[in-house]
Design a protein around this ligand. Sequence first.
Ligand SMILES: [Ca+2]
Ligand SMILES: [Ca+2]
Ligand SMILES: [Ca+2]
Ligand SMILES: [Ca+2]
Length: 479
Amino acid sequence: MFSLNKKLKKFIVLMLFTTILLCSVTTVLAQNHDDLTQRTHREEYADVDRQNWYDNVADVGGSIDIVHVGWSQFGDVYQGHIMIFTFDGSSLNVEEDMLFQVDGMNTVAHGVDMGDVDGDGVNEIAVTGYAFEDHQYSAWLQIYEWDGETLILVDTVVWTGFFYDQKWCFSYSVKIGDLNADGVNEIVTCGEIGVGEQTHSELIVWGFNPELFKMDDVTWNNGDGYWSSAESVALGSLNGEMKMVTGGSFYDASGKRWADLNVWSYGTEITFDASEFWEDVGNAAVYGVFVKNNKVYSAGALNDGSVTKGQLRKWGWGSLILEDSEEWFTDGDTEARDVFVTDVDYDGVDDVVTVGWANDTVNINAQLRTWSLDFTLKDSEEWFEIDSTRLLSVYVMNVNDDDEVEIITAGHIGDFLAKQSTVWSYPAPEEPEPPAPPPGGGIPGFPLEGMIVGLAVAALTLYLLRKRTVPRVPVTPSI
Ligand SMILES: [Ca+2]
Ligand SMILES: [Ca+2]
Ligand SMILES: [Ca+2]
Ligand SMILES: [Ca+2]
């Protein structure tokens, strides 16, 4: 009995081992990870001389809406441009397409965000930019309501400063969030403003009730030069406190451009928390900022004396503590313009997505990169159409309620000939197979074919083992 049991055990172990091996081969092959894929690609060739998308965002509006803002130039006239898309899994569908001018001036839309600014539970759209006439520049901020059908302008504010006697103010970026945890969202803009013989970076906190009003503002110039500008603002929690992070640049007295990163708080007024600025042999700048999980991410460029490189940096908080810095160029000048941090490949760990451009010494190519959190490069996509192709903005969200996360990029192709919006995604992982009985019988998860082959291999092995272990000559009992 004992030896039979032993053989039976051997047989069962062998059968299981062989069956599992055979059944798992196909599963392993199916789990191979595909690269980042371009799912749809849209070009806008309206009757426009030059044009560009500067910023994009996606959030719940009429449905899940993707909003792009930029400008279109018709002859000598610049018009602000807002387009709202929905995504059906294969293409972007235009829900709204609006050209506009602020106070009849040439208008450039530069920043956009969505959020509930009046507390009614429905998101508004905030758009900011600048407008000009006869080299007199003013900044503006607008609030729109959008129900999926109609885009209604609710309010506009226009402001400016003076650089010597020239009107000088530009607003580049806008974000909506509750800065002081009172349950009411604020609106934050940043840009630059003329302050006598200098321009300063500018940060403004706005309220809305029932129209826009300024709650506080601050301007700064960390260099000794004539110019300072804040290109991008991000909101996010650092050690449990909501912060505003601004990224930009300034010129020092020698005419060199420095990257400029600042952190601010707002309770009842804007408070300065921390600042870092840096340079290289040549110019440096920050163009995009993001806050996630107590880290600040900055995307920009710096020149090492021969080429301009894209630069991605990660900062810890306590104050701004540089934790990681990555610089790269393809063959020629390379710049990073925007950064977004979230999990794009479904492994439960955040990824860093950067957009910008890279010169391959012949053409300027749009460049989209995905990185792990320790800045290991996962994917890099470069593409070129007609003439210089550039990306200015990236936003990541699952915008059509399926299993895939969309990476939405915005910029232009043909050196401002046409606007470009592109949707990218990693294919969603296949659902784990539910253990259902395979057709024709077998144990759930173990196809009949695998079991038959497993049984056959195990039986053959057992037979061979038995042949080897059974004594050929009967043992004669000793006397
Ligand atoms: Ca609202
Ligand atoms: Ca608030
Ligand atoms: Ca990931
Ligand atoms: Ca999706």
